[in-house]
Design a binder for this molecule. Sequence first.
Ligand code: OAD
Length: 236
Amino acid sequence: MAEIERIVILTGAGISAESGIDTFRAAGGLWEQHRIEDVATPEGFARDPRLVLGFYDMRRAALAQVEPNPAHAALARLERDFAGELLLVTQNVNDLHERGGSARVLHMHGELKSALCTACGTRSRWEVPMIDRPPCPVCHAPMLRPDVVWFGEMPYEMGRIYRALETCDLFVSIGTSGAVYPAAGFVQEARVNGARTLELNLEPSEGSRLFHETRLGPASALVPEWVDEVLSSAGG
Ligand code: OAD
């Protein structure tokens, strides 16, 4: 393997699947159980805030029932032992990367354990239900919403992500279907800037042909193997 100095990793729901969290687009997945326009758009929230708050309260509470898996642990080991630069970007709103040991995670689609105040704009750590409209810890207005990026909204920290994609020499996508932009476009962005691109996924994703290499299998096996490879090559 050529020397790797800068890695950008993008994770999606597939990395959490073996921990017991449903993916979105599988048969029986979250988007078969709930309509996106009802629970994942600003218009849905305006129409029926209790439905939306209840949906995210349920998903936040369910985090207590799941544990990180070997794929999360492997990425934490990479963060600790890789001598180069690493940016871990996740589309996931759960906290399994952090609980698996990763200290620096960019949650581009927000987090279940964060509240966004629609009155003052503050983002606050949040662990309890929101359905009864508790006050914002900062301005006290009862105007909190889940700090999760909905369809039609801009994901977090896109400037930082694109800067890292411009200069990385390896881009790795793990457990994501490549169905949702802008994340689905990261592979092309990295590739036109000269990076090698690798996909680790259970099955070929919508964007598989855009990657130099695709490895198929469960994340709990593929990710630790790949991390071993990186750490045993130059730069590790
Ligand atoms: P999806 O549900 O679209 O895709 C999950 C991917 O993970 C699929 O390609 C599966 O084949 C793969 N997968 C399943 N189990 C796996 C395993 N054990 N190991 C490896 N891969 C596995 O989820 P995302 O791509 O994360 O956005 O979805 C992207 C965004 O769409 C989400 O962040 C969410 C959703 O709507 C918002 O809510 C804004």
